[in-house]
Design a protein around this ligand. Structure first.
Ligand SMILES: [Zn+2]
Length: 82
C-alpha cells in the first residue's frame, strides 16, 4: 500500500515535502497526467504536480519556485489590523 502524499519520483516527492514544510497543502488528484497539486490556502493559488514529468528535476524546480513565492509570514489577523 502506497502511503498518501508520496510521489513516485524522488525529486518531486522532495519538492512536495518542502512545500508542506512551508505550510502549503498537497492535494492528491491522480487524474490524467496530474498527480496532484500544491495549494496555498491563503492565496487560493495552486500549482500542478505531474505524475510523470519529462524532466523531474526541472519540474521540481518549478514547484520550488511556487513554494518560494508562497512562503508567507505568519497569517496576519486582519480583523485586529484594521
Ligand atoms: Zn500564497
Amino acid at each position: 500500500m502506497v502511503s498518501p502524499g508520496r510521489h513516485p519520483k524522488k525529486e518531486i516527492a522532495d519538492a512536495l515535502r518542502r512545500g508542506q514544510t512551508a505550510s502549503l497543502t498537497v492535494r492528491e488528484i491522480h487524474r490524467g497526467h496530474r498527480w496532484g497539486e500544491l495549494v496555498c490556502i491563503p492565496c487560493q493559488a495552486s500549482r500542478d504536480g505531474y505524475s510523470t514529468p519529462r524532466d523531474p528535476g526541472t519540474h521540481a524546480k518549478q514547484l520550488d519556485r511556487f513554494i518560494r513565492d508562497h512562503i508567507h509570514p505568519e497569517p496576519a489577523d486582519r480583523r485586529e489590523a484594521s
